[in-house]
Design a protein around this ligand. Structure first.
Ligand code: EVA
Length: 618
């Protein structure tokens, strides 16, 4: 692997993660399309000056995972360095502006070269970053953009895993997580043009007062000229304005954003110089509050019972690459079935997913890619992984670097997603090993950091793994609400033992109820692998009938505890994983198939979720 280090930025200006828009002062153009691509198994490309152009490339669409296009296994499973290349034109009239190339995500790390000069490197495969190119592009001419990426896994990155070498000398990633290690340029690439003095970021939070609302805002700019802010309603009428980089917009008779009843205002932010507009940015925002109180989730002060899914960004052929058609279909399926919430398991999704959730009135529990933090033979179910040693995950020599990466991911996720109405909670980890001594210090650091970063102080949680119990887990105390991943009736006491599973499940829940205090509890996972081809009467595990019976038992249990305030089934759709004896060409716990068609269980959910009132158990 060639060196991937965080390059000292030339200018110490904070990177802007604002979603690109065109406005009176801003331009962006898409660089998506058919790029060129080459594997670099010897990590020889930097020394051989591939930054100046790839010597022997194939075509490769962007955005997409590279993996599933290939028809040979070595290419699909390729682990190591790989390169992308394209050319782009920069108009002469953009001279004097700031130019950045925004990558929606490159998995898992990238170094970016423009016209042979390295402009940025970035660690982390699920969040955007900017490559500053103002000083390296040819104006009124063609430019070469080359990306060196790498998909190796290690124990101090998010998500965690290892990289081994097979007997044929090829590197092979071994994820400690249960989704395929898809890699590539996964999200849109845009050339973003802003004025020299520009809006870098803005933050909103809300207070409700009777029928009125106050939108408190701050704006960060790269200069010192005055800031003006306006708010427009959905019909385009101006409803509030304010001057200054921090202030309050007062909205009379505010139309609140709600579940399945979205209402979006448009915030317009300007840097002004007398009559002149120096920079202008705008975005849709929804006015709402969200809090946890007395074992309830309160949206705009009213109780809401969460129902929906843990999801993945995963589909045929394109892997984890953004595909707006799949995004659209997913939302249609989720509306049809009566869901109102999903967790972005196990990583932050593409910007466009949150925009869609804002528009459709869905609640999102936004998860950072802190998954695979578990040293055990379970890593992750495949026999070749994990060394069986029971070492605390947060007491390893890798922990300090892991913490740095974890905080970086939290910072980038919260910076990017904080203004979305749909984002109502942060998931700080998924199924960490959390029973050993080092847990508390690590958890305190990341939970506190999320709170510090979020002006709205959204509730924080983490998904608690099976076997991690109220009396053994050292992590749950940091959560504002409890999130359990539980598989009673699947991994534990499945099939004919279903009655025992129910007894064990209730016993565990009694324990959580005793310690929950004001916290509500939700299920961030429960589910059973189900092959859409299999029917059996009476049921057996893996049949559609068994999935229905499993769900019936789980729902009976949920319904008998008042403090259970949400059910996010695992998973929305079948998804690809590493191959192994525990997985039948992927994880089959989907309520929908990977092609987004319903299994029988989808009708069980539709009947249930449509009959439960929004404020069920409120
Ligand atoms: C499963 N269980 O076994 C799921 C995984 C998921 O896919 C978990 O959080 O506990 C994990 O990633 O199907």
């Amino acid at each position: 692997m060639q060196k991937f280090h965080a390059k000292a930025r030339k200018k110490m200006m904070k990177t802007s993660l604002l979603y690109p828009v065109n406005s009176t002062s801003r331009r962006f153009s898409s660089l998506d399309g058919m790029w060129r691509f080459q594997f670099d198994p010897e990590s020889a490309g930097v020394a051989a000056n591939w930054a100046g152009g790839l010597p022997d490339s194939v075509t490769m669409p962007v955005p997409a995972s590279f993996c599933d296009f290939f028809t040979d296994k070595d290419s699909r499973e390729y682990t190591g360095d790989f390169w992308y290349e394209t050319d782009f034109f920069v108009p002469g009239e953009w001279q004097g502006c700031e130019l950045n190339i925004r990558f929606g995500s490159v998995t898992h790390r990238a170094r970016v070269f423009v016209n042979g000069t390295e402009v940025v490197s970035h660690e982390g495969g699920f969040l955007p970053f900017l490559a500053p190119v103002t000083d390296v592009v040819n104006y009124n001419g063609m430019n070469k953009l080359v990306v060196l990426a790498n998909n190796e896994l290690n124990e101090y990155m998010l998500p965690a895993g290892t990289t081994g070498v097979l007997s044929n000398g090829k590197k092979m990633s071994a994820p400690y997580f249960d989704f395929y290690n898809y890699a590539g340029i996964h999200r849109p690439v845009k050339l973003v043009v802003t004025p020299k003095e520009s809006i870098v970021d803005y933050t909103v939070s809300y207070r409700l007062d009777g029928a009125d609302a106050f939108v408190d805002y701050t704006v960060e700019t790269s200069g010192s000229s005055p800031v003006a802010v306006e708010l427009y309603d959905a019909e385009g009428a101006k409803v509030a304005e304010s001057a200054g980089a921090a202030g309050t917009l007062t909205v009379k008779d505010a139309h609140l954003w709600n579940v399945h009843a979205s209402y979006l205002y448009k915030i317009v932010i300007r840097i002004v110089d007398g009559d002149k507009v120096v920079d202008e940015y705008y975005e849709k925002i929804g006015i709402r509050t969200f809090e946890v109180k007395n074992q309830r989730f309160l949206l705009n002060g009213k109780s809401v019972y969460l129902r929906g899914f843990g999801k993945h960004e995963d589909a045929d052929i394109r892997g984890r690459g953004l595909d707006l058609a799949t995004v659209k279909r997913d939302f249609e399926c989720m509306k049809w079935i009566g869901a109102n919430c999903f967790r972005t398991s196990h990583y932050p999704y593409a910007d466009e997913v949150y925009q869609m959730a804002d528009e459709e009135g869905f609640l999102i529990i936004d998860e950072v890619p802190a998954v695979g933090f578990m040293e055990s033979t379970m890593n992750f179910l495949a026999a070749n992984q994990g060394n069986g040693k029971k070492v605390g995950w947060f007491e390893k020599e890798t922990t300090p670097q892991l913490l740095v990466n974890h905080k970086q991911a939290l910072r980038e996720m919260i910076t990017r997603d904080k203004n979305h109405a749909c984002v109502v909670a942060w998931s700080i980890l998924n199924e960490p090993q959390c029973t050993s001594e080092g847990t508390e210090a690590y958890f305190k650091e990341v939970f506190d950091y999320a709170h510090e970063l979020d002006v709205q102080k959204r509730p924080r949680t983490y998904a608690i793994v099976m076997m991690s119990l109220p009396n053994t887990s050292k992590g749950w105390q940091f959560s504002d609400f409890l999130s359990l991943n539980r598989y009673y009736g699947w991994y534990v006491m499945g099939g004919y033992q279903m009655c025992d599973a129910e007894v064990g499940f209730r016993k565990e829940l009694d324990g959580w109820q005793a310690i929950a205090g004001d916290r509500p509890l939700i299920f961030t996972e429960y589910g059973a692998d189900t092959l859409p081809s299999e029917h059996k009467l009476p049921s057996v595990m893996w049949s559609q009938e068994y999935q229905d019976e499993y769900l019936e038992m789980n729902h009976r249990v949920f319904d008998s505890y008042d403090f259970i305030q949400g059910e996010l089934v695992w998973n929305f759709a079948d998804f690809q994983t590493t191959e192994g004896i525990m997985r039948a060409n992927g994880n089959k716990k989907g309520v929908f198939t990977r092609q987004r068609q319903p299994k029988d269980a989808a009708f069980v959910f539709k009947a249930r979720w449509e009959s439960l009132p929004l404020d069920y158990k409120g």
